[in-house]
Write a protein that binds this ligand. Structure first.
Ligand SMILES: Nc1nc2c(ncn2[C@@H]2O[C@H](COP(=O)(O)OP(=O)(O)OP(=O)(O)O)[C@@H](O)[C@H]2O)c(=O)[nH]1
Ligand SMILES: [Mg+2]
Length: 286
């Protein structure tokens, strides 16, 4: 195996990492599914854990938050038609560890190892992008709407209040830093929950340039030598129900009614739409 072919999946809390894994695991094993990459072997983790994730995904239930570290890192090997293989790590760390890295400037040994894989999939939840908010702008909107401006108590600033794109750029800069010293790298940016943003009729690149302009400009300027590409990814096809809240959505029913669960998946790159969830991984292998 080409020892360079190693991909890590990273993303902030609730960005969609576990959901992507669940859908990927289902799809690379679904009989008759037509994917660029096929399943070869599991290096770490057990089938039972992955099957539980995929079962939840098929039944239209959201995944539990990834709580603890160190128990269930998944390392999966996928292969392409030319017989090349790639090792993909889904580090078993909650998204908070990625935020902490930036907020506290701390990175523990297992995370460091994960981040040293040359190729990265960075998942960004398109539905929960935290935009920069200006108090003056908010006050003007309130005023324009004819509402009284309420003087709220000042709140102490915390790094956690920062816009999503600030955290992501800091994360990518860290990945390029001398601390890791990996050299030129490739990153596939997946804007997840694409079903929630596709109504805006913008391409994934356009969503990135309008909602995450700092991230877009950082990558486009070539300040750090990233080879990058953006996809819109709907790993669910729509909202799933939270089993803890006893929810029932018509949209989830419609998704469950599809003949093949993989038909829920949508992978968008420019104008091209497919259900092959392995495409961004195949691009990273090129
Ligand atoms: N509508 C929609 N929601 C999605 C999609 N993918 C993920 N989500 C939602 O995004 C939320 C977070 O998904 P997870 O997969 O648990 O995210 P995570 O990155 O593993 O989160 P942590 O483990 O907590 O860091 C859940 O509520 C998902 O249902 C999608 O394709 N469509
Ligand atoms: Mg998770």
């Amino acid at each position: 195996m080409n020892e360079d072919a190693h991909i890590s999946i990273v993303g902030l809390p609730a960005s969609g990492k576990t959901t992507y894994l669940a859908a990927l695991w289902h799809m690379v094993r679904e009989p008759g599914a037509n994917t660029n990459l096929h399943f070869t072997s599991l290096k770490t983790s057990n089938y039972e854990h992955l099957n539980t994730l995929a079962k939840l995904w098929r039944s239209g239930k959201i995944q539990q938050r990834t709580q603890t570290s160190g128990l269930r890192t998944v390392i999966m090997t996928l292969g392409n038609a030319e017989g090349r293989e790639v090792e993909i790590s889904f580090p078993d760390i909650p998204g908070e560890d990625f935020s902490d890295m930036w907020e506290k400037r701390e990175v523990d040994e297992s995370v460091r190892k994960t981040l040293s894989a040359r190729d990265i999939v960075l998942i960004v939840n398109g539905d929960t992008i935290k935009l920069p908010a200006w108090v003056a702008e908010r006050n003007k909107m309130t005023q324009d709407a004819g509402l009284p401006i309420i003087d709220n108590e000042p709140v102490d600033w915390s790094p956690n209040f920062s816009p999503t794109q600030v955290k992501l750029v800091a994360l990518l800069q860290f990945l390029m830093s001398e601390t890791l010293n990996v050299g030129p790298r490739r990153v596939a940016i997946l804007i997840s929950a694409w079903d929630k943003v596709e109504g805006e009729q913008l391409s994934p690149t356009e969503i990135m340039s309008t909602k995450l302009p700092l991230l877009f400009q950082y990558l486009q300027s070539g300040r750090d030598p990233w080879d990058w590409e953006v996809w819109g990814v709907s790993a669910q096809g729509g909202d799933y129900e939270d089993p803890e809240k006893d929810q029932h959505f018509a949209v989830t029913d419609a998704l469950r009614d599809l003949d093949r669960p993989s038909d829920r998946i949508k992978i968008v790159r420019d104008a091209a739409v497919t259900s092959d969830i392995t495409l961004p991984l195949a691009w990273l292998m090129k």
